[in-house]
Ligand binder design. Sequence first.
Ligand code: ZN
Length: 254
Amino acid sequence: MYCRKYFIVVALLVAVTAMVMQSCKKEKHYHDYFDKRQLDVIAKLGNKPKLEDKHLQGDTTWVDDNGLHRIATYPLPGSYEDLFIDYNDVQIPHARDNGFEPIDNYHDAYHLRQPLVKIESCEAYLLDSLTHSMPYLVPKAALVLEEIGCAFADSVKAHGGSAYRIVVTSCTRSQYTVNKLMKVNRNASSRSCHMYGTTFDISWVHFEPYENDYYINTEDLKTILGHVLLDFKNKKRCTVLYEKGQCCFHMTVI
Ligand SMILES: [Zn+2]
């Protein structure tokens, strides 16, 4: 009898431990983007290094103790959560105006009457390995994406940095992939802007040096991207939502 009780308690403990480990595993995917050196820097971001403490390389850049290049940036006029709040109710009408009718599966994409542009890695952006979307956008969205990538690269250089690219993590989805995504991501919506060919995601944790190994602190690059997106948003070129859980900016062309 005791033996049976003991077995049940052990089995319950094993099950609870497995559940806790599973949930920890899901939350930690954010860390997959960084090596240990970068994680240490991110942990210290609360107290940004003072210029006089560091190895100065000029007026605007320096190297921190971890060997990462830092860039002096102007703070944004608010938090990312306050500045980029274009939720579905704002983005869907623009997606409808500029995109195609949502498709059920990728095969239907061949029958679309609208032209689509294939998104391929270039000097302006790196295309991540897409798992739940396909690399196509309507021409207007492809143009805005390229312009954002170029503006970001120009701004990094203007701040004293080297050639850098943004990383595109999602483009166009079908109803089939949206359904699949909803099973693994509880924030995914059944009415997704990604089904119209007008919407793409840009990572704020992953940036890529372009043909060099000059590594810049991620938080500095995120601030520069934030300024670029604010500019595009203010000029009514696109709507922008800061997605904290997905570590990306989700945007739809206007
Ligand atoms: Zn998105």
